[in-house]
Design a protein around this ligand. Structure first.
Ligand SMILES: [Zn+2]
Length: 208
């Protein structure tokens, strides 16, 4: 914690000072252009990998970048509320769903009920991505560990995009071209980002 406090002091002295005008402009309103829905993993740093400054990204994080399908009256609709606010109140123009290599959440899809017994909420949350495990197992039944891993992580991004399309206001805006949707797969050790082209149906390297 000492490091974090020292970091807060350093921020105020250096970075805050550098962006003083920007923070002044942002003090009473925000107009982010993009919702970035990323895995909660500490190694995925949205502003760093997009070279963006405060005010640009509306960031939503969840375990394995899972997005619940649209459901009215859901008990604790944290992710859906954040999406709703950013699309309907702030009018963002893009949504990026960002998964990454070596994702613990995606790997946990293959763990048994017993193995996840001590993580009951994680287990419940991962239910939303169980179809991904089934698809990958069918597509590449004899996959190596590494093949299964990257295929699961990529298919999970595609699955979450399909969940986004269950939100009526997202589908409407996507169809009339006022909202764009991207699926990013970030490789931690190389910095490479592959984008899933929703229309073409495959991932392409965007920062080679
Ligand atoms: Zn992850």
């Amino acid at each position: 914690m000492k490091n974090l406090n020292e970091g807060a002091v350093a921020f105020r002295k250096k970075d805050f000072d550098k962006h003083k005008d920007l923070f002044g402009d942002l003090s009473s309103s925000q107009k982010p252009h993009t919702i970035f829905i990323g895995c909660s993993d500490s190694r995925l740093v949205p502003s760093l990998i997009t070279s963006t400054i405060p005010g640009e990204l509306f960031i939503i994080r969840s375990v394995a970048n899972i997005i619940p399908p649209y459901k009215k009256g859901s008990s604790y609709p944290a992710i859906s509320a954040a999406i709703e606010y950013a699309v309907l109140a702030l009018g963002v123009e893009n949504i990026i769903v960002c998964g990454h290599s070596n994702c613990g959440g995606c790997a946990a899809l293959y763990k048994s009920e017993e193995e996840l017994q001590h993580l009951p909420h994680t287990n419940l949350w991962l239910e939303l991505s169980r179809p991904v495990k089934n698809k990958v197992t069918q597509m590449i039944p004899n996959a190596t560990q590494a093949e299964r891993e990257w295929m699961t992580e990529q298919m999970n991004i595609v699955q979450q995009i399909s969940h986004l399309f269950t939100y009526p206001y997202i589908l409407e805006r996507y169809n009339n071209d006022t909202l764009k949707i991207f699926g990013w797969y970030y490789i931690i050790e190389t910095g490479e980002i592959y984008n899933y082209d929703v229309d073409k149906g495959y991932f392409e390297l965007i920062n080679g």
